[in-house]
Ligand binder design. Structure first.
Ligand code: GCV
Length: 697
C-alpha cells in the first residue's frame, strides 16, 4: 500500500467514526437523491429581514442543517423577490393560536413560512422543520402549529467550582470557571444549540449544594460571559444560591430572611447581577435540606426565605425556584412524608414569582417511585417538576436506561386533586389550577466526555426530557424513534430495533434492581447493591430503613397500620393503593409489608415473584446485547463498540444486583430459589467483598 492509499484509508475511517459529539444535530447528507430533490424544492433560499440575534441564530441553524442534509449551499437573503422554494422566517406578535414561544410552519406552493410570536418561536420552528427532514417526513403540504405547554424548561447542573459534578458520570463539568470570562470554549455554543433544538430555555449552571463564590463580582463576570453565549439561543441563565451568602460573602452577622439588612443585601446583589445579565432568569435554592442552611435556622419557614429572594428579583422579572426536597434526620419518622408535611401548610403563602420545585417522587429519584403527594395538594402555589437525567440510581453511565417512560409514568399519574383526570402533567403545566408560572427541570446528565453523556444512548434522555418539557403529551416511543433516527440510523428496521431496546430498558433495570416497589436510596456508593447496609450517621441513610426485610416479609408499611403516608394522597388514590390486593404491583412494596409466602396477582408468592423478576431482569440484559448486535451494520462502528462494551458491563452488574438481593433476602425468607432458576454460584460474602472494593479509598 502506498502512502496515498494509507492516507485515504485513514481519512475515510476518520470521517466515518462518530464519537457522539454532534448529538442529534448531525445533518449528514440524505443519501436518497429523490428525497433530497423533493425537500430542495421548498428549500432554495432562507429569507430573513432582521439582524436580531435569536433570528440570526435561527437562519444560521437552518442554513447549517439544510446544507448538510441537502449537500448544497443555501443562501440567507433579506427578500425572496418572488422566488419560490424559499423558507421565510417571520415574527408576528399578533399570531393567534400560539403562545409566546410557539411557532407555525406552513408550506404553500413550495414556499415555507415559519412564523413565531417571538424570535424564540421562530428558532423553535426552524428546529422543528429540520427535525422533519432528519426523520425523513414529507414537507410538501406541511402545516404544523405548536406551543410549549410549560414556560420554564430547564436543565439543572449540579456542577461545582472545581469542575466536579455531583452525581455526574460523563466526565467533568462543561464550565471551565478558571478560563472564563476571557476564554469561551466553543463547546458552550454547541451546548446551547442542542438545548434550543429541543426547546430548553433555561439553565442553572451550578450545584444546588451551592458555593457562595458564584455570587461574587469575580464569578458573576464569568456567569455573564456564559449568558452571552446562551442568549442568541433563547436560553436564560440561572444560579443556585447559598442561602447564608449575606454572611459568607456579605460580611453580615445573619442571613435571617426577615432582617432588613439581609433583604437589602439580596436587593443589591440582584441589582448587581441584572446590570451584568439583563435577562438573568433567577435563583434556584436548596435550603434546610441535607445539611444546607436555610430560613429555618432563624426560626423562619420556607416561604419567608423564598419570598425575601423573590422581592429582590421581582423588579427585574426574575423568579425563585425553591426546592421541596427536604427531610429531617428522624429515624422514627417516615422520610416519605417529610416534604409534604413541611410544604402543605405553606400553600398560598409564596410571592407570585416563586415556584416550588418538587422531585417526581416522594423520596429521591428511585428507579420507580409513586408520584410525590405534593402534586395533589398545593393548588395555590405553582409547582414545578424536577426529574433526574443523570443516572444516580440508574446504573450511572454504564447501564442503559431510557428515562422517558419514567417521566411519562409520573406525568400521567392521576392526583385526583380536581377530580378524575387531574394528572401531574395538568398540575405542572398550570392548566388545572391556572398557575401563572410553570416550570420543569431535568438534573443534567452532561459532562466533558466527547459524547456529552458517557453512555452514548443516554443522550436520548436529555433529548426526550427537552421534548417532553415542551409537550408532555408526546409518547416515549415516538421520542425514542425520533432520537434514534436523528442520531444513530435512518434505516427503518434498525431504528425500530433500537427504539424497542430503549423502550424496554427501564423495566429491565427495575426488574434486576428494585422490583415490585423496592427502593434503595441509601448513602453508600449509590452504584453497588448494599441491601445489608444498616449503619450510617442517620437511620434514613441506611438500606434496611427502606426495604424492611424481616422473617415475616418485605416492604415499608405506609398504610394506616404503618406510617400512614398514604393519607397524603387523595381518597381515590388511597383507596386503590392502601389495599395490597388492588395496589399496582410496581408500587406494592412502597406501601405494604408483604409476607414472603403471600400469593400475588401473578399467581406466584412474593418470594417467587421477586426471584422471577431478579432473574428475568438479569437475563434480559443478555437479550439486549443480542438485539444491539443485530443492528451493527447500520450503526457507526465507534458508537456500536462503545454501547456493546457498556452492555457487557451491565450484564455483569445485573447479575451482581440479582445475587446480592436474592442471597441477602433469602436469609430472611428462608425459601429456596424457585425452579427453573439456579442458586447463584457465589456466596453473599463474596458479593459483599465485591461491593467493598467500590468503597475503598
Ligand atoms: C445535590 C440526593 C443526591 C444528592 C443531591 C440531593 C438533592 O440526595 O444524592 O447528591 O444533592 O439528592 O437533590 O439535593
Amino acid at each position: 500500500m502506498n502512502y496515498k492509499v494509507i492516507f485515504l484509508f485513514l481519512f475515510s475511517t476518520l470521517c466515518r467514526a462518530d464519537d457522539g459529539y454532534r448529538l442529534w444535530l448531525k445533518y449528514d447528507l440524505i443519501k436518497d437523491a429523490g428525497q433530497r430533490a423533493s425537500y430542495a424544492r421548498s428549500a432554495q433560499l432562507i429569507v430573513l429581514n432582521s439582524t436580531r440575534p435569536v433570528l440570526k441564530t435561527a437562519a444560521e441553524e437552518l442554513q447549517t442543517g439544510l446544507q448538510g442534509l441537502l449537500g448544497k449551499p443555501i443562501p440567507i437573503v433579506a427578500s425572496a423577490a418572488g422566488k419560490t422554494g424559499s423558507i421565510i422566517l417571520t415574527v408576528n406578535p399578533g399570531q393567534p393560536q400560539l403562545n409566546d414561544e410557539g411557532y407555525q410552519i406552513l408550506n404553500r406552493r413550495n414556499t415555507i413560512t415559519i412564523t413565531g410570536k417571538t424570535d424564540s418561536g421562530v428558532l423553535y420552528g426552524v428546529f422543528a422543520l429540520l427535525r422533519h427532514l432528519q426523520t425523513r417526513q414529507s414537507i410538501a403540504q406541511l402545516s404544523l402549529t405548536s406551543s410549549p405547554k410549560i414556560q420554564h424548561r430547564m436543565l439543572n447542573h449540579w456542577d461545582n467550582t472545581d469542575a466536579s459534578i455531583e452525581r455526574g458520570y460523563a466526565g467533568e463539568s462543561l464550565w471551565k470557571w478558571y478560563e472564563l470570562p476571557e476564554r469561551i470554549d466553543p463547546r458552550y455554543r454547541e451546548y446551547a444549540r442542542a438545548n434550543a433544538s429541543i426547546g430548553i430555555n433555561g439553565t442553572v449552571v451550578n450545584n444546588v449544594n451551592a458555593s457562595s463564590r458564584f455570587l461574587t463580582a469575580e464569578y458573576l463576570q464569568k456567569v455573564a460571559s456564559l449568558a452571552n453565549v446562551f442568549r442568541p439561543y433563547g436560553i436564560k441563565i440561572y444560579l443556585s444560591v447559598y442561602f447564608p451568602a449575606p454572611k459568607t460573602i456579605g460580611g453580615l452577622k445573619t442571613a435571617d430572611p426577615l432582617d432588613p439588612e439581609v433583604n437589602q443585601w439580596w436587593t443589591d446583589k440582584a441589582n448587581e447581577i441584572y446590570k451584568l445579565i439583563p435577562d438573568f432568569g433567577g435563583f434556584l435554592v436548596k435550603a434546610n435540606s441535607e445539611g444546607q442552611p436555610g430560613p429555618q435556622d432563624y426560626g423562619r419557614n420556607h416561604a419567608d426565605g423564598a419570598n425575601m429572594l423573590a422581592k429582590a428579583l421581582a423588579p427585574h422579572k426574575g423568579i425563585v425556584i425553591w426546592r421541596a426536597f427536604v427531610y429531617k434526620a428522624d429515624g422514627k419518622a417516615d422520610r416519605f412524608k417529610a416534604a409534604y408535611d413541611e410544604f402543605k401548610p405553606l400553600d398560598g403563602q409564596f410571592e407570585k414569582n416563586v415556584i416550588v420545585q418538587v422531585k417526581n417522587g416522594p423520596i429521591d429519584f428511585q428507579p420507580r417511585e409513586p408520584f410525590s403527594p405534593i402534586f395533589g395538594t398545593m393548588p395555590q402555589t405553582p409547582l414545578g417538576m424536577e426529574f433526574q437525567l443523570t443516572q444516580e440510581y440508574l446504573g450511572f453511565a454504564t447501564h442503559l436506561v431510557y428515562e422517558a417512560p419514567i417521566f411519562k409514568e409520573c406525568l400521567e399519574s392521576d392526583t385526583y386533586v380536581g377530580g378524575k383526570g387531574s394528572t401531574v402533567a395538568k398540575v405542572i403545566d398550570g392548566s388545572l389550577h391556572e398557575y401563572k408560572l410553570t416550570a420543569i427541570a431535568g438534573v443534567a446528565n452532561t459532562g466533558s466526555d466527547r459524547n456529552w453523556t458517557g453512555h452514548p444512548l443516554a443522550q436520548a434522555n436529555w433529548y426526550a426530557f427537552g421534548r417532553l418539557a415542551w409537550d408532555h403529551t408526546l409518547s416515549a416511543e415516538a421520542l425514542a424513534n425520533e432520537w434514534v433516527t436523528m442520531t444513530l440510523t435512518t434505516e427503518p428496521t434498525s431504528a425500530k430495533t433500537v427504539t424497542d431496546l430503549l423502550l424496554k430498558s427501564r423495566e429491565i433495570y427495575v426488574n434486576y434492581n428494585t422490583p415490585l416497589g423496592l427502593s434503595r436510596p441509601w448513602t453508600g456508593v449509590h452504584f453497588a447493591p448494599e441491601p445489608w447496609q444498616n449503619r450510617s450517621s442517620r437511620p434514613d441513610w441506611t438500606a434496611v430503613y427502606y426495604h424492611r426485610a424481616d422473617s415475616v416479609g418485605l416492604g415499608f408499611d405506609r398504610t394506616v397500620k404503618g406510617s400512614h403516608a398514604l393519607a397524603q394522597y387523595r381518597p381515590e388514590v388511597q383507596r386503590q393503593w392502601s389495599n395490597p390486593e388492588t395496589c399496582p404491583l410496581p408500587y406494592l412494596l412502597w406501601f405494604h409489608h408483604i409476607a414472603w409466602t403471600k400469593k400475588l396477582s401473578t399467581g406466584r408468592t412474593l418470594w417467587d415473584e421477586l426471584c422471577s423478576r431478579f432473574y428475568s431482569g438479569a437475563d434480559s440484559v443478555g437479550a439486549m446485547q443480542k438485539q444491539w448486535a443485530s443492528v451493527k451494520k447500520d450503526i457507526d462502528p465507534e458508537t456500536f463498540a462503545n454501547v456493546a462494551g457498556r452492555l457487557v458491563t451491565q450484564q455483569k452488574e445485573a447479575l451482581w444486583w440479582r445475587d446480592a438481593w436474592v442471597l441477602y433476602l433469602q436469609e430472611f425468607s428462608k425459601q429456596p430459589i424457585p425452579a427453573p432458576f439456579k442458586k447463584p454460584e457465589r456466596s453473599l460474602k463474596e458479593v459483599k467483598e465485591l461491593v467493598e472494593i467500590y468503597q475503598l479509598r
